[in-house]
Design a binder for this molecule. Structure first.
Ligand code: ATP
Ligand code: MG
Length: 568
């Protein structure tokens, strides 16, 4: 490929809207372009990387025995009504009607379509187990599309769905996908952790997420180095930290003028945040009731656990407004469970506290020496987020915490969709029984961004060889120099013939400018044909060691590159 024909469009400056390295570098390297927030166009270089990522996923999915199909993004409302998700999915689902007023959505995921396909196509148990997948564009009207390809409204996903006769079959299909995903993310050279996950809107009873470790990740994960336990904080369990505060005293009202936050009250009363209780009032639109959630002052509420406990959804739970709090006889900043006439969810650690400080439901007042059971009651469970330093639920060692990017997730759906949508097979006793399902997603475009997050430096992207848009670029220093051009052309031909993807930089530009481009774009090998071209010698740089250059013979360079490309 000749650089002059590549529609190169690198940018010198950091685009204002981009906040994280992958977004900045994708835009600066001219890999993607967008007109609307969260919707991207892939330019030639970006598309080549996408295709390579897809092909690695495809190879491993095919190897696992899964069958590839391709579905439309357009899905009819009726199937979503059948599964019960037309109501439940909320505003993330992009809905529209056609000219006949028939309603549709753009698929955010494809459980309904695949279940419908299989119930129509598969009649005999001989076809089971079955795993089908596609690599296709998904639509989610995210509340906050951001970070470029990380969280967009249109994105590419590989989604797979397995259909088995029974639980035992599902366990095998699930393990097969677990192993396949592990192979896939290893091939991308990603530093990742597999963690236990909540099942969210997809449903089912067991799930793992594949998390690429990164500062810019939107998920918190806790893990134990000792026994290997690892979980998303939304899902994580940890042992209860008991702090009981000594012998129980009489409840007392204390004046805490204008002190609303845990920190302000703790400082004012000279106590530790863990001696206080945080009372947060929500409105659950699913049950149409207010709910107060209590966690210790040093803790954060785990809203996912609250939602699961209430059997509600993310779209149905919201914070109560100040007016609503007043209508319940309380005051924002001074809420507490005593005499509060709403459903009260009490975190286990709060149930263990003695002599704690809580809001008095009265402007500028708190109550001290309060204890669960004696002074207030509620429904006790785990409603707090796990933190670094909490004790591992399995082995009791302190947990560590890191941020991760969710690049993939696998779920045991069991019969959630097959039951609702009547996707059955006939067993030996001639009974119709629902198939047992699993579903498995990989964010293809998000994986691309995650690779950049883990592979970049101050100059630009450092693509691993197997996903790089091209393997090597050849730069003649002086485009008017016969020897340089000739050597460049000779190496270009030899490498291309050997199956290497080569760029010849034939642009009429300064060599320093050219290097900047290739380093930004992240081409793994850079060959410079300069003064020594007459002797068959070139300057050779590896992108992952860009500050060192080596004067080598054309043969040595060609050999190294062909060998590296053959290995991938
Ligand atoms: P998140 O929690 O990040 O919103 P999710 O759990 O809703 O993601 P899944 O339904 O599990 O996502 O989708 C499978 C995969 O698709 C995810 O693991 C992720 O890699 C990718 N993905 C999901 N939403 C987006 C998005 N808005 N933009 C890019 N990729 C996404
Ligand atoms: Mg997920």
């Amino acid at each position: 490929m000749f650089a002059s024909k590549m529609l190169l469009s690198t940018l010198k400056d950091v685009p204002q809207e981009a906040k994280i390295p992958s977004h900045i570098l994708l835009l600066r390297a001219g890999m993607i372009k967008n007109e609307v927030s969260g919707v991207f166009n892939y330019l030639p270089l970006g598309l080549r990387v996408i295709r390579k990522i897809e092909n690695i996923i495809r190879e491993e999915m095919d190897r696992s025995g899964a069958l590839e199909i391709l579905c439309s993004a357009i899905q009819p409302k009726e199937l979503w009504v059948e599964s019960g998700r037309w109501q439940k999915y909320g505003p993330e689902l992009i809905r529209f009607s056609d000219r006949h007023d028939r309603e549709f959505c753009l698929g955010p995921t494809h459980e309904e379509i695949f279940t419908s396909l299989v119930r129509d196509l598969v009649k005999s148990s001989k076809s089971l187990p079955l795993n089908i997948y596609q690599i296709q564009t998904k639509y989610r009207d995210e509340v906050r599309p951001r970070f470029g390809l990380m969280r967009s409204r249109e994105f590419i996903m590989k989604d797979a769905y397995s259909f088995d006769k029974d639980e035992e079959g599902l366990d095998k299909s699930y393990q097969n996908m677990y192993d396949t995903y592990t192979r896939i993310f290893n091939r991308f050279k990603l530093n990742f952790k597999v963690v236990l996950a909540d099942t969210g809107a997809i449903g089912g009873n067991s799930s793992h997420q594949f998390m690429a470790l990164s500062e810019v990740g939107e998920s918190d994960i806790v893990y134990c180095d000792d026994c290997g336990y690892a979980a998303d904080v939304e899902k994580a369990e940890a042992r209860v930290d008991v702090y009981n505060g000594g012998e129980l005293k009489e409840v007392e009202e204390v004046y805490t003028p204008e002190k609303r936050t845990i920190e302000e009250v703790a400082n004012y009363l000279n106590i530790m945040p863990k001696q206080m209780v945080k009372t947060i009032i929500y409105y659950d639109n699913n049950s149409k009731e207010f709910v107060a959630v209590l966690v210790r002052g040093d803790r954060d509420i785990n809203e996912i656990k609250v939602i699961n406990y209430l059997d509600s959804t993310e779209n149905d739970l919201r914070l109560a407004t100040n007016e609503e709090i007043e209508s319940l006889g309380s005051v924002h900043g001074f809420c507490g469970p005593i005499n509060l006439n709403v459903k009260i969810l009490v975190d286990e650690e709060v149930a263990n506290l003695k002599n704690c400080v809580i809001g008095a439901n009265k402007e500028s007042y708190h109550l001290k020496n309060v204890a669960y059971d004696r002074d207030f009651k509620g429904l006790v469970s785990c409603f707090r987020k796990a933190e670094a330093g909490d004790l591992c639920p399995i082995c009791g060692k302190p947990l560590k915490k890191e941020r991760g990017i969710e690049v993939g997730q696998i779920f045991k759906l069991q019969t959630k969709y097959s039951l609702a949508m009547n996707c059955t097979y006939t067993n030996e006793k001639n009974e119709n029984v629902p198939m047992v399902m699993g579903c498995y997603g990989i964010g293809v475009s998000r994986t691309l961004a995650s690779i950049i997050e883990q592979y970049h430096d101050d100059y630009g992207i450092i693509w691993p060889l197997n996903v790089a848009p091209y393997h090597v670029v050849i730069v003649p220093v002086n485009s008017k120099d016969e020897a340089q051009n000739q050597l460049a052309k000779e190496m270009y031909d030899k490498l291309t013939k050997a199956g290497v993807e080569v760029i010849l930089d034939d642009r009429d530009a300064k060599v320093g400018f050219k290097f900047k481009d290739w380093e930004l774009i992240g081409i793994p090998y850079i060959i410079t044909c300069g003064r020594d071209a007459v002797n068959g010698m070139v300057e050779f740089k590896r992108r992952n060691d860009v500050n060192n250059k080596y004067l080598l013979s054309k043969e040595e360079v060609i050999e190294e590159i062909i060998k590296a490309v053959e290995e991938i």
